[in-house]
Design a protein around this ligand. Structure first.
Ligand SMILES: Cc1cc2nc3c(=O)[nH]c(=O)nc-3n(C[C@H](O)[C@H](O)[C@H](O)COP(=O)(O)OP(=O)(O)OC[C@H]3O[C@@H](n4cnc5c(N)ncnc54)[C@H](O)[C@@H]3O)c2cc1C
Length: 336
């Protein structure tokens, strides 16, 4: 498949991007298949970057071609439209000598942006550090989690991060084609419930955490308990975790999941997508299913909840490549 098959891509812009990216460019790469939904179409271009030089090349391709650019982590919060993404998707190489390294200095941890969060949680526990056990159940990357302010079990990234290193892919590159990188401290990340003020073209390359000295055995047991809890309460299969954020100021009895259930949507199916019987805020995609079915079901659920309880839910998952955004509720503030 070639990138020109992604609807809405200007062939001239695509050629500019490809010529700058050279061997970094994979055209028509199956982006949807790289997400945890495992449905959806290709990216016009996918670039997997191994270092700063590659990021400079991506920044130049983005700026010269005018094609959008999308940082992609482990795809655990993305729904890519069946028609695909008409831009440049950028992933960090997770190799330890690229963006997958983890280093410890006392209670301070530095992780490459591609490090899987569960790995980081387990390695921190093994190093007798506590405060990051919660992250074992979040299947994203350190960079994606830093961007989303991922969280759970009473904590989140905002409680653990001290600073991140970002590459500004939209900022003018230097004369040598270098991408602009910056260390941003937590106070400047604008963290809120499942949000940060990092821009859509800011790529998180590294995350610095401040944890506490703890007990390795206790942390390992806490991790086991979290994994057990997730297995009991959340479905496996093809999904991206919670579809909607919890509406602000309503309390746990009005969590998004409870509202979906109260609206009678648990187990409801639209084509190849189904609201999970196990957790009403999860939507499952069938193997070989359609992202557009998932998206339609998201709208059905939102409408049903609005009609039943008057609450307009906001999506937590990021919809990529869809023609229009669904209605959004007010800004989320709390967690399930
Ligand atoms: C089974 C399951 C359970 C989940 N449970 C939780 C949970 O408990 N709590 C929770 O918060 N989330 C949960 N999630 C959602 C998801 O894991 C988190 O949102 C995670 O932080 C997404 O990280 P990612 O690397 O997969 O990002 P992606 O899904 O790839 O991208 C998400 C967003 O981050 C951006 N992004 C990705 N990588 C980078 C980067 N390096 N730099 C800058 N921006 C980037 C993308 O452009 C996009 O806007 C769950 C998902 C699943 C499938």
């Amino acid at each position: 498949m070639t990138g020109t098959e992604v609807e809405g891509v200007d062939p001239g812009a695509l050629e500019v991007a490809r010529s700058i990216l050279g061997p970094l460019a994979v055209t028509g790469a199956p982006l949807g298949a790289l997400t945890t939904y495992r449905v959806g179409g290709p990216a016009a271009v996918l670039a997997v970057v191994s270092g700063i030089k590659d990021l400079g090349t991506v920044a130049r391709a983005h700026q010269a071609s005018g094609l959008d650019v999308l940082p992609v982590g482990r795809g655990s919060n993305l729904l890519v439209a069946d028609r695909g993404y008409a831009g440049i998707a950028v992933m960090l190489d997770p190799a330890p000598n690229a963006f997958g390294s983890v280093t410890f200095d006392g209670t301070q941890v530095r992780a490459g942006g591609a490090t899987p969060l569960p790995t980081l949680a387990r390695r921190s526990a093994d190093a007798s550090l506590t405060g990051f056990e919660w992250a074992v159940g979040v299947p994203g990357s350190a960079g994606g989690a830093a961007r989303m302010n991922a969280g759970g079990h009473g904590s989140d990234m905002a409680h653990c991060v001290t600073a991140v290193t970002v590459a500004r892919l939209a900022a003018r590159t230097g004369r040598a084609g270098d991408v602009k990188t910056e260390r941003v401290v937590v106070a400047d990340l604008g963290y809120g419930y499942r949000r940060s003020e990092l821009g859509a073209t800011d790529m998180v390359l590294a995350v610095e955490l401040s944890l506490r000295h703890g007990d390795r055995v206790a942390s390992t047991e806490a991790i086991r308990a979290i994994v057990r809890w997730r297995r009991e309460h959340q479905p496996g299969g093809q999904n991206a975790g919670s579809v909607f954020t919890n509406p602000p100021g309503l309390g746990p009895e009005s969590s998004a999941g409870r509202l979906v259930e109260a609206a009678g949507m648990k187990g409801v199916r639209r084509g190849t997508a189904e609201v999970s019987e196990k957790h009403a805020n999860f939507i499952q995609a069938d193997p070989g299913g359609s992202a557009d079915d998932v998206d339609h079901l998201i709208r059905d659920v939102r409408d049903a909840v609005q009609e039943h309880s008057g609450v307009c839910l906001t999506t937590e998952i990021r919809r990529i490549g869809f023609a229009r955004e669904p209605r959004q509720g007010s800004q989320p503030q709390q967690e399930a």
